[in-house]
Design a protein. Structure first.
Ligand code: GLC
Length: 423
C-alpha cells in the first residue's frame, strides 16, 4: 500500500513541476523568467513626493533590477480597486510589488492575490509590534510593514494662546472652542476626512472607538456596532455638521483637501496623520510656527486613534520574486526607514528610530507618535474589509448630512454588516 501513496505523492510533485504552480496557486518556480529582474511598485498617491527619488537610489545601484513606480490615486478606495483588478488579472498583471494599506492584507491574502513571504528575510524583530500583526494572515507573513500611522489633532497654537485655553482633551472642550472661539478668529471649527472613502471609515471608527464602542468583533465574524457608544461616536460627527462647527466643505475632504484648509489658515482644529503636521509646520505654510499637535480627544479624555500605514506585498504572479524580496528588505532597512521619515514625513515602522536622539531633535513629536501608534486600534480584520468599509462610509455620511439620525444610522449599519457576514 505504501508504494501507492508514494507514487501518488510523486505524481502530485510532477504535476506541480509541470504546471509551475504550487497548491496555493503561487508559482512554485519563483516566476517563469527567473527570480531576479526588473519590477513595478504600485502605490497610492505619494502625497509628499519622496518615493521617486528614493527608488532612483535603488535603480542606480541595481541596474538589472530596476523598479518602475506606478502611482495610483490619492483615495485609498480607488487605489484598492485598481490593485484588485490588476491582481485578479493573473498573468497579464502590471504590479509586482504593492504598497498596500494595512487593512487590505487580510483580503488580498485570503483571495490568493499576494504570496506568503519568508519571515527570516525581513527585520521583523526590529519593528513596532502592532504593525507586524497587520501583515500577518492565518499565522503567515503576507507583507512586510513599511509605514505606520496614527491620527493626531492639529490645532492653532496662536489662537488658543490668545484665548488662554490649553488644547482640548475632551469632545466637550473641542466642541466649545470650535463653536465659540473659531468664528471670532475668522476660522471654521473642526474637520477630518469626511468624503465617503476609507478616510471617513477611519474617522468614524475613531469616534466609535473613542466612545468605547466597536464595529466588528472576533476577527470580523461578529457585528458589535449596535451600541450606545457607537451612537455617541456617530452623534458627535453628525452634531458637528448640524451645529456648524464642522464646516459643510469638510464633507468633501480627503487627507490633502483637509490639510490644505488648515494650512491656508481656514481651520482651528484638524484631525489628520502626522504628515499633515509636518506640512503645515513647514516653510511656505501660512500657519508655520502656529501649529500644535495632541492625541485625539474623546468623550471624557484622550480618545483612540485608528492604526494606519501600509505594508509591502508581492503579487502572486510577480515576475521576479527574489528581486521583489530584495527591494522590500531595502525599503525596510534602517537607512531607508530614516528617509521615509526625513524626506517622506511618514512614520517609520522601525522601533529604534523613535528613540534616536538626532531624529527626536528634528522631529520632537516622535515620542508622542510612538505612544499613539502603540495605543492605536486596528480596523477590523476581514476578508470582506472593502465591503465593511463601504457600509460604514455610506451610513456615516448619511448621518453627517442629516439624512438619517445617528440612532437610525447605527441600526442600519448593524443590519448591513450582519448581511455581509452571513453571506
Ligand atoms: C492613510 C493611512 C491608511 C488609511 C488612509 C485613509 O493613508 O495610512 O491606513 O487607510 O490614510 O485615507
Amino acid at each position: 500500500m505504501r508504494w501507492i501513496h508514494a507514487a501518488g505523492r510523486g505524481l502530485l510533485v510532477l504535476v506541480v513541476i509541470l504546471t509551475g504552480y504550487a497548491a496555493s496557486g503561487v508559482r512554485a518556480d519563483g516566476g517563469a523568467t527567473g527570480g531576479r529582474g526588473p519590477l513595478t511598485l504600485a502605490t497610492a498617491g505619494d502625497l509628499t513626493g519622496y518615493l521617486g527619488p528614493l527608488l532612483a537610489g535603488w535603480n542606480r545601484a541595481h541596474p538589472a533590477e530596476k523598479v518602475t513606480l506606478v502611482e495610483l490615486p490619492d483615495s485609498a478606495d480607488e487605489t484598492r480597486a485598481q490593485m484588485a483588478t490588476d491582481l485578479r488579472d493573473g498573468d497579464r498583471h502590471r504590479f509586482d510589488v504593492l504598497n498596500i494599506d494595512v487593512n487590505w492584507t487580510t483580503e488580498f491574502a485570503a483571495a490568493g492575490w499576494i504570496r506568503p513571504l519568508p519571515r527570516d528575510r525581513f527585520p521583523l524583530g526590529a519593528l513596532l509590534p502592532p504593525v507586524v500583526d497587520t501583515a500577518t494572515y492565518e499565522g503567515r507573513l503576507y507583507a512586510v510593514p513599511y509605514v505606520t500611522n496614527a491620527g493626531l489633532l492639529l490645532y492653532r497654537k496662536d489662537v488658543l494662546a490668545a484665548e488662554g485655553v490649553p488644547p482640548p482633551r475632551t469632545w466637550a472642550e473641542l466642541e466649545r472652542y470650535a463653536e465659540a472661539i473659531a468664528p471670532k478668529h475668522g476660522l471654521a471649527g473642526y474637520a477630518g476626512q469626511f468624503l465617503p472613502y476609507e478616510g471617513l471609515t477611519v474617522n468614524a471608527a475613531e469616534a466609535v472607538y473613542s466612545a468605547g464602542g466597536s464595529i466588528l468583533g472576533d476577527e470580523g465574524e461578529r457585528v458589535t456596532v449596535d451600541s450606545a457608544a457607537a451612537r455617541e461616536g456617530v452623534g458627535f460627527l453628525a452634531r458637528g455638521v448640524r451645529e456648524g462647527w464642522i464646516p459643510r466643505d469638510a464633507l468633501a475632504y480627503k487627507e490633502e483637501e483637509s490639510k490644505q484648509a488648515f494650512q491656508d489658515g481656514r481651520l482651528l482644529f484638524l484631525r489628520n496623520w502626522p504628515y499633515a503636521y509636518v506640512g503645515a509646520s513647514a516653510e511656505g505654510s501660512k500657519v508655520a510656527g502656529k501649529v500644535g499637535a495632541v492625541p485625539l480627544p474623546g468623550p471624557d479624555g484622550p480618545g483612540t486613534s485608528v492604526l494606519g500605514g501600509s505594508n509591502l506585498a508581492v503579487g502572486a504572479h510577480a515576475r521576479h520574486p527574489d528581486s521583489a524580496a530584495r527591494l522590500i528588505a531595502y525599503l525596510t532597512s534602517e537607512r531607508v526607514q530614516r528617509q521615509v521619515l526625513t524626506r517622506g514625513a511618514l512614520p517609520p515602522v522601525r522601533a529604534d528610530l523613535y528613540e534616536d536622539p538626532e531624529l527626536v531633535a528634528a522631529f520632537p513629536y516622535l515620542p508622542t507618535l510612538r505612544e499613539s501608534v502603540l495605543a492605536a486600534a486596528p480596523r477590523p480584520k476581514s476578508p470582506r474589509y472593502d465591503q465593511v468599509s463601504l457600509a460604514v462610509q455610506a451610513v456615516v455620511h448619511d448621518a453627517m448630512t442629516g439624512r438619517q439620525t445617528p440612532e437610525a444610522a447605527v441600526r442600519r449599519l448593524a443590519r448591513e454588516l450582519a448581511a455581509l457576514s452571513h453571506r
